[in-house]
Design a protein around this ligand. Structure first.
Ligand code: NAP
Length: 429
């Protein structure tokens, strides 16, 4: 997220957070009932170490580590951990790789134990986590906090509190009850602390949106000519942008749990929708088609060794074709009424955190209208194609009659890829 104003969903997530009982800023004391007994307030304040630029630097690194698992970690949040000595030297760092793998905090403690590198109080060590780990009754889980304490660090820097109300502030309290000094970056808006806090929020923005909206974080990406067309009047669109922009799109696909298109794009473009890497993670390819009027030999039906494909369609439509797709390993999901919102809710239930929509304007318009999209990535290529009303544009009719009712994006950023410009921003919702 850029330094500009955050979207309302994020603001809502944060407001919900702020209204919880947990402390929200850096070195606040825990509630009196939970404070370690008989610790004079002035003496405690004297021992608090303020957040330093080195803390911010390490937290930024922790965020980078966490983001390297984007697309893989879902439905878990992106989290990583680092442990330093008092001089700021990193002793160990680890990332939570995803479902079924060891949590980052536990991996750090295990590695330190293995190396005989566990800290003692004279080391004045610090543990860093970009996201408060799940802890306590709701998660039924105390291992992360125990692992953080087992590192021997006397201080913890937590990038942001857990967004789920039942988990929010629990691990921070538990650490403080174990005598560990805790600084929470959330709530910091300026300076190096604010930068690090923003990096932590951005790292798990999909989770924040998921909590705030009950939908996966959905990005609508399109590429258009300078005259606003996503294809020619014949529907041809390969390629609007240059190689640099396309490389960026492959990277964005890799960040997502699903890449989503409508039937129109399958019919016209016959896309593969992969990250163009032979090995490693590939997001699921999701097609929304009410009619199931799709080619029998589309590239998306080639799933084995490539990437999973999920077809969302209308209940009972073309049963023979459905069976043929299933026989190829394609998952077919039937809906009483297929809408972008119903499909997004389905993807939410599957645990998808981030969906990357690469459809045309036919599907994008109802998706935008029903509040499914959270961010727009618009590539603009410096070329003109004309085509009048026959050449498609990025959005069908939204029913907006006056310009002052146009949807204003927030947190807008400009990036350049070769000759193409990318404008990205958050949708108001
Ligand atoms: N430059 C770019 O960034 C870009 C990206 C994508 C596509 N394109 C171009 O855009 C053109 C295709 O546009 P398009 O609008 O047809 O593609 P689309 O948005 O990908 O597909 C539209 C289709 O989505 C399906 N759909 C499912 N639920 C729907 C609902 N509730 N409302 C509306 N549609 C629903 C329908 O498929 P069924 O008809 O199968 O039921 C509908 O025809 C092609 O020329 C393609 O090359 C360009």
């Amino acid at each position: 997220m850029s330094a500009a104003s955050p979207s309302r969903a994020l603001a809502r997530a944060r407001a919900a957070s702020a209204s919880s009982t947990a402390p929200s800023s850096s070195t606040e004391s825990p509630p009196a009932s939970r404070r370690p007994r008989a610790r004079p307030r002035r003496a405690r304040a004297a021992t608090l170490r303020a957040v330093t630029p080195r803390d911010a630097e390490i937290m930024t690194r922790v965020c980078e580590l966490a983001r390297a698992r984007e697309g893989i970690a879902a439905p878990h949040p992106l989290s990583a951990c680092a442990v330093t000595r008092g001089d700021g030297d990193v002793v160990v760092e680890a990332t939570h790789a995803g479902q079924g793998s060891t949590r980052a905090e536990i991996a750090c403690a295990d590695e330190m134990r293995r190396r005989g590198a566990t800290l003692n109080s004279s080391d004045r060590g610090t543990v860093y986590v970009n996201l408060e780990p799940a802890h306590g009754e709701v998660a039924g889980e105390t291992r992360s906090v125990e692992a953080l304490a087992a590192t021997g660090a006397t201080r913890a820097v937590v990038g942001m509190l857990h967004p789920l109300p039942g988990l929010r502030g629990r691990a921070v309290r538990a650490l403080r009850e174990r005598g560990i000094e805790v600084c929470v970056l959330e709530g910091e808006a300026e300076g190096f602390e604010g930068e690090a806090a923003r990096a932590c929020r951005e790292t798990n923005e999909a989770l924040l949106y998921r909590v705030a909206t009950g939908l996966p974080f959905s990005v609508y990406k399109y590429a258009m000519t300078l005259d606003g067309k996503i294809a020619t009047d014949t529907g041809h669109s390969s390629w609007v942008t240059g190689a640099e922009a396309r490389e960026m799109v492959f990277r964005e696909r890799k960040r997502a749990d699903a890449v989503v298109v409508g039937g129109g794009t399958v019919r016209k473009d016959n896309p593969r929708l992969t990250c163009r890497e032979e090995t490693g993670f590939q997001p699921a390819r999701v097609v929304l088609t009410r009619s199931l009027d799709l080619p029998e030999d589309a590239k998306l039906w080639n799933v084995r060794g490539v990437a999973p494909t999920i077809v969302c369609t209308t209940k009972g439509v073309k049963p023979e074709f459905q069976n043929a797709l299933r026989a190829k390993g394609v998952e077919v999901v039937e809906f009483d009424e297929l809408t972008p919102l119903a499909a997004a809710q389905y993807m939410f239930k599957r645990g998808f955190l981030r969906c990357f929509w690469e459809c045309g304007g036919g599907l994008a318009a109802p998706a935008m209208k029903s509040g499914v999209f959270h961010e727009v990535l618009a590539f603009i290529a410096p070329k003109l194609v004309g085509g009048g009303a026959l050449a498609p544009t990025p959005l069908g009719n939204l029913g907006i009659e006056a310009m002052h009712d146009a949807l204003p994006l927030s947190g807008v950023r400009l990036e350049i890829y070769g000759r193409d410009i990318l404008i990205r921003g958050y949708v108001p919702n």
